[in-house]
Design a protein around this ligand. Structure first.
Ligand SMILES: [Zn+2]
Length: 170
């Protein structure tokens, strides 16, 4: 891992940004670079991923149907749209993070996202909806309910690494 401390932060101008770059090997996929930036002055954080070999724009669809599927590796870049029908759509953009995880880790991230989206929320209907979504995700996490995960990435930096995942052109 390469780490550079004391870098200039684009957001607050302080020299308190740490840059990290790590290269990891993902079986049946290849090498992936994982980048992250973190500023201790203003709290800015960003991470992203990029495969060592260039890839084509892609769309992956995965039907999660058993507990074994929770271990399937997922590479999601900051440029990808992540769709879990009836649950959430995560839009790409400068504030979107990229990461390497598995299905279980992805669902935990989504749970945290849903939880923080209703923090301080007064509307009981919104709170109830969030609670039901988390309940559904918890059922998927113990293999008791199926779920579909779709990742579309115009840069081709994302992937769902499994024979079960359907890959198509975007
Ligand atoms: Zn900063």
């Amino acid at each position: 891992m390469v780490e550079l401390t004391g870098q200039n932060c684009n957001f607050c101008g302080e020299n308190k940004l740490t840059l990290r770059e790590e290269e990891i090997e993902i079986p049946y996929f290849g090498r992936v670079f994982v980048f992250s930036m973190e500023c201790t002055a203003c709290g800015y954080r960003k991470s992203d991923v990029e495969p060592a070999e260039s890839k084509e724009p892609c769309k992956y669809t995965l039907e999660v149907s058993s507990e074994d599927d929770l271990n399937i590796k997922i590479i999601k870049s900051g440029e990808a749209i992540l769709k879990i029908p009836h649950i959430i759509t995560v839009e790409p953009g400068p504030a979107a993070n990229g990461y390497v995880t598995n299905v279980e880790g992805l669902l935990e991230r989504i749970k945290n996202r849903i939880t923080s989206s209703v923090e301080g929320e007064e509307d009981p209907a919104a709170k109830k909806k969030a609670k039901n979504l988390i309940k559904k995700l918890n059922k998927v996490l113990v293999g008791r309910e199926p779920l579909k995960i779709i990742i579309e990435d115009p840069t081709g930096h994302s992937a769902i690494v499994s024979d079960k995942a359907q890959k198509s052109k975007l």
